[in-house]
Design a protein around this ligand. Structure first.
Ligand code: PLP
Length: 405
């Protein structure tokens, strides 16, 4: 493999034209779309239009005239198509953390005789913290059980109310078997809640096909919705009447503009709205989602897997540099990023960032490199691996020089 061979792969890549639809700064190899997706060029135009016409001119009339009022359901319905759900099972709202709180609380209320939220000990921090806070709020009646990845199925029992997992692990990119774990949860009478933050826009997801009960996910990563974009929430149709949101805000009321004395939950997915959504943020998210709706998800998956395979292959040739691949080597068991362990991961990543290769660092010793199929090129993988090799060689050289002097 050499750089020219990578350039040839780019020329043959059916998704290559999409890169032009994003702002990717000159001289930057951006491998952090798994943390903050790049800016679609169309977002600037769309936001300028929403500001000028809808807010500036339309003012309050835009709630109806510009369909602001339906934005959470409309954008949710579009996201549904990316995650194997029906349009009326998804709503775009709040943050992933808040949506997790709403759904976990609802799941516990549905299963009062079952005290346990079961999750993985290494699940993303907010997923654990939110569950911890909820258990604390309930005053000692419930328990958050944290177990190792391999012990999840065994740990399920008739005390489990909900199995809450992140589909693609934020640290290692390992992918859970969603249908199998959902079925295991159902066999013992628990609900299955999936966090899709690192999945939507990275790996194909089939919530309905997996019989998943509940899900949440993030709008600003692979979906390119912008920093702090609204998140989304899924409730399978079969649970929509039985589950209630603990955040019984007016936007989730059956008749928000009747200003009734008491709360009555809206029918369907709308009851999961709490307060007024950020229309500007929603407009940006919709641009990102609209792009994804035009992309063949299998082709995107194929490409991000190939990018990851190439990166692993290039790193494998760097022997004696203390690098350890943390992510699964098998492409179909890995999401859209590759994590690498190194004793000085933090300062190596700092140097990489300074030299224009942007990935990120996760304590204690992991560097993450994310491959967004719509704007990452094969030559970017080559350049990132070469730069990493140079930095590590320089360090080894410096240590050796110090040792002999
Ligand atoms: C990114 C991410 C979140 C983000 O939560 P916010 O509420 O948006 O800060 C949650 N869960 C997982 C697994 C994530 O990767």
């Amino acid at each position: 493999m050499n750089r020219e061979a990578c350039a040839e792969l780019d020329r043959q890549d059916p998704l290559a034209p999409w890169r032009d639809r994003f702002e990717v700064p000159e001289g930057v190899v951006y491998l952090d779309g798994n943390s903050l997706g790049a800016l679609p060029k169309a977002t600037s135009t769309q936001l300028a239009r929403v500001l000028r016409d809808e807010w500036g001119t339309g003012l309050i009339r835009s709630w109806d005239a510009a369909h602001w009022i339906d934005a959470p359901q409309r954008v949710g319905g579009k996201i549904a198509r990316l995650i194997g759900a029906e349009a009326d099972e998804v709503v775009a709202a709040d943050s992933t953390s808040v949506n997790l709180f709403k759904l976990l609380a609802a799941a516990l209320r549905l299963r009062p005789e079952r005290p346990v939220i079961l999750t993985e000990a290494t699940n993303f921090p907010t997923d654990r913290y939110i569950a911890e806070g909820l258990v604390d709020l309930l005053g000692g009646t419930h328990e958050l059980r944290l177990v190792d990845r391999d012990d999840l199925t065994q740990a399920l029992d008739d005390g489990t109310a909900v199995l809450a997992l992140t589909h693609v692990d934020y640290a290692s990119a390992a992918v859970h078997d969603m249908p199998a774990l959902t079925e295991a949860a159902h066999r013992c009478g628990a609900l299955a809640l999936w966090d899709l933050s690192h999945s939507a826009g990275a790996v194909p997801v089939d919530l309905n096909g997996s019989q998943a009960d509940l899900a949440v996910g993030c709008g600003y990563k692979y979906l390119n919705g912008g920093p702090g974009a609204p998140a989304y929430l899924y409730v399978a149709r079969r649970w929509q009447d039985a589950l209630r949101s603990p955040l019984s805000g007016w936007m989730g009321h059956a008749d928000p503009f009747a200003f009734e004395a008491r709360y009555r939950p809206a029918p369907g997915i709308s009851r999961w709205l709490a307060g007024t959504p950020s229309i500007l943020a929603m407009a940006a998210l919709e641009v990102g989602v609209d792009i994804w709706l035009q992309v063949d998800q299998q082709a995107a998956r194929h490409k991000s897997q190939a990018l990851g395979d190439l990166f692993i292959q290039l790193l494998d040739s760097l022997i004696g540099l203390d690098l350890e691949i943390v992510s699964p080597r098998q492409g179909d068991r890995r999401g859209s990023h590759v994590s690498v362990r190194h004793p000085q991961a933090s300062s190596v990543m700092e140097t990489l960032n300074r030299e224009g290769v942007i990935g990120d660092f996760r304590p204690p010793d992991v560097m993450r490199f994310g491959f967004a199929a719509l704007y990452t090129r094969y030559v970017d993988i080559w350049d990132a691996a070469s730069r990493l090799a140079q930095i590590l060689h320089r360090r080894t050289e410096a240590i050796r020089t110090r040792a002999v002097s």
